[in-house]
Design a protein around this ligand. Structure first.
Ligand SMILES: Cc1cc2nc3c(=O)[nH]c(=O)nc-3n(C[C@H](O)[C@H](O)[C@H](O)COP(=O)(O)OP(=O)(O)OC[C@H]3O[C@@H](n4cnc5c(N)ncnc54)[C@H](O)[C@@H]3O)c2cc1C
Length: 238
């Protein structure tokens, strides 16, 4: 039997970026300064006030001038939600048709709220008892080992990868690159973080929020004024 690996991490690594807050400022100022807007990159006077003005008045397009590329390793359940974000995010994911999927499955960590109460739209997630947690993890591992070994048995029978993967569940790990601009990242953060300060608080799945928080930390470093304005104006994409 193939040994199956279990993992509880979401990997999000910034691999490349283009631009910073001055790229957005220049894009804004071309409106009134024409080609001399380029001077704003070296002397970004009033940048905080100007980017807050854009955010407050929902002038969103200047925030499209920049780019962040991330490498992500997460369970397929996360990617299934992530790929619903259609606008301004470019994706390339490993293929279950062209390569054999790795024997690695996600196990929710013990600090992940697992007890669901309430009703649709108003669910409350709380901690589950340690006995229930440990029993649940054992059940998951049991199933994941069988899933993966059945997958391999089908491949050994000569089944094509695209059909054999039908026995694998959505907690198997996958990997992708995602490239997005600050505006689309703000749209993603707005929906995929649970932030009480937000004008429209969201209740995302815990695992996708772990990814969103890692992206948020990189965004805050590269685009600090934009990030500040995003928070000042309710964490809504302009
Ligand atoms: C807490 C939560 C629960 C969810 N539950 C469900 C669920 O039960 N079932 C389900 O199917 N999905 C669910 N979703 C996914 C959700 O419906 C969206 O698909 C996802 O959040 C992406 O949002 P978006 O369309 O705004 O993003 P993007 O696709 O990136 O679009 C960004 C913006 O572009 C504009 N836009 C994009 N496409 C169009 C279009 N065709 N027409 C007009 N304007 C457009 C809109 O302004 C949109 O907000 C859930 C999401 C969250 C955060």
């Amino acid at each position: 039997l193939t040994e199956v690996k279990f993992n509880s991490e979401m990997e999000v690594e910034l691999v490349d970026s283009m631009g910073d807050d001055t790229s957005i400022l220049a894009a804004m100022m071309v409106s009134t300064m024409g080609e001399t807007a380029e001077l704003m990159r070296k002397d970004p006077k009033g940048i905080s006030g100007r980017l807050n003005f854009l955010m407050k008045n929902r002038h969103g397009t200047p925030f499209e001038h920049g780019s962040l590329q991330f490498r992500v390793k997460a369970p397929i359940a996360v990617f299934r939600e992530w790929h619903r974000h259609r606008i301004g995010q470019s994706y390339n994911e490993e293929s279950g048709r062209y390569k054999k999927l790795e024997p690695e499955f996600y196990i929710p960590p013990s600090n992940r709220p697992l007890l669901q109460t309430g009703k649709p739209g108003e669910y409350v997630m709380g901690p589950i008892g340690s006995k229930e947690y440990n029993s649940g993890v054992e059940l998951m591992k049991f199933v994941f080992e069988r899933e993966y070994n059945t997958y391999e048995a089908l491949l050994d029978l000569g089944w094509t990868r695209e059909a054999a993967r039908g026995v694998l569940g959505v907690y198997i790990y996958s990997s992708m690159y995602v490239t997005l601009n600050p505006r689309s990242l703000m749209s993603f953060l707005s929906l995929r973080t649970d932030e009480p300060e937000s004008s429209f608080p969201s209740k995302p799945m815990w695992e996708i929020e772990q990814c969103a928080r890692k992206m948020e930390a990189e965004f805050a470093k590269i685009f600090p004024y934009t990030y500040e304005a995003f928070n000042n104006h309710g964490r809504v994409a302009p």
